[in-house]
Design a protein around this ligand. Structure first.
Ligand code: FE
Length: 223
């Protein structure tokens, strides 16, 4: 049975629908009908509630937890790797254990750090779907999940990078890597010139989401 406090004075179906409406009101603007996948998600979620597998409160807690994961987490990791070669070496060996030193919980699918160099630039995609190092970057952008990016980046990576305004010299090898369900990549972008002596926090502010996917570069310091 549902744990909806209104459930006792309604028949089951009514209480059930009421809970779904609450969620729908939060998740959709109401200016368009839900897509097939959204309907599927609603059906599955309602079933999990009804069977008592999870409660709405537990789900909301998870949503809050995952909403708090943003590229700022990845940026902290990159900034530390820029200033601490020993940390960077450990990071490349065992990512999840090493970021725990910063109090970052990245447990889940394995994550591998790929370091860009003056002669090698990594770009990450998921050719199959939308695999992404969510524990350290949060939710992937829509374009990352889109068919066009997934199909084109493996065929003409330089052209795709160009669309992002990222132009690399021909002398730089561009390597496209594919995230999978078990294994995800985080790009360690090149540290920009003119950042010697900057604090770790200031360095982290230069590390963009796109630079950790590899479609962009770290920002140059201003001034
Ligand atoms: Fe995927």
């Amino acid at each position: 049975m549902t744990q909806d406090p209104h459930a006792h004075d309604h028949d089951h179906d009514h209480a059930h629908t009421h809970g779904a409406d609450d969620f729908l009101a939060e998740m959709f603007d109401g200016d368009r009908p839900p897509s097939d996948f959204e309907v599927l998600e609603i059906a599955l979620r309602e079933l999990l509630f009804e069977k008592g597998v999870i409660t709405p409160a537990e789900l909301k807690e998870k949503i809050v937890e995952w909403d708090a994961k943003t590229p700022a987490i990845g940026a902290r990791i990159v900034a530390r790797a820029w200033v601490d070669p020993a940390f960077k070496a450990r990071l490349k060996q065992d990512f999840i254990e090493t970021v725990a030193e910063l109090g970052i919980d990245a447990r889940g699918p394995d994550i591998v750090a790929l370091e860009n160099t003056p002669t090698l630039h990594h770009v990450v995609c998921c050719t199959l779907c939308s695999c992404y190092p969510r524990a350290v970057l949060g939710m992937p952008p829509d374009w990352y999940k889109g068919r066009e990016y997934r199909a084109r980046v493996v065929v003409e990576p330089r052209a795709v990078l160009g669309d992002f305004g990222t132009v690399l010299p021909e002398s730089v090898e561009v390597r496209v890597v594919d995230n999978t369900a078990e294994n995800r990549y985080l790009v360690l972008p090149l540290r920009p010139q003119g950042t010697e002596g900057m604090s770790e926090a200031d360095l982290a502010a230069l590390v963009t989401r796109d630079s950790m996917i590899g479609v962009g570069l770290a920002k140059r310091p201003q001034g």
